[in-house]
Design a protein around this ligand. Structure first.
Ligand SMILES: [Zn+2]
Length: 116
């Protein structure tokens, strides 16, 4: 497996940050009733009134956002495992640590993210 990741020890434990974020996102999804075991299915006995439907819709939209964030975090953990973490996927430059600290799941450097 090629490993061109920086050899110096990073100042920040990104794996811990990402795992913390992943646990947090999973907990939020579970709180919304969209935990892994339940999936994105609705309980038909629970969606009777329009008010409940509206609330479910809001929760569904939030859950979709959380799921997207969760996928980004899991992809970042995957890059850590492959030694590809911290490099912009567009220009292959190292992403500055300040950006990774603020956004550990970032795939691109600021200039490439701005161009997308
Ligand atoms: Zn870039």
């Amino acid at each position: 497996m090629p490993n061109d990741a920086p050899t110096t020890e990073p100042a920040v434990d990104y794996r811990a940050l990402l795992e913390h974020e992943r646990a947090d996102l999973r907990r939020q999804l579970a709180d919304l009733g969209f935990g892994e075991s339940e999936g994105l299915t609705y309980d038909p006995n629970f969606a009777d009134t329009s008010q409940v439907t509206a609330e479910r819709g809001e929760a569904g939209a939030l859950a979709a956002e959380l799921n997207e964030a969760l996928e980004e975090v899991e992809a970042a953990i995957e890059r850590l495992n492959e030694g590809a973490y911290g490099r912009c996927e567009v220009c292959r430059q190292l992403i500055p640590e300040a950006r990774l600290e603020a956004m550990p799941a970032a795939r691109r450097c600021i200039s490439c993210a701005g161009r997308a």
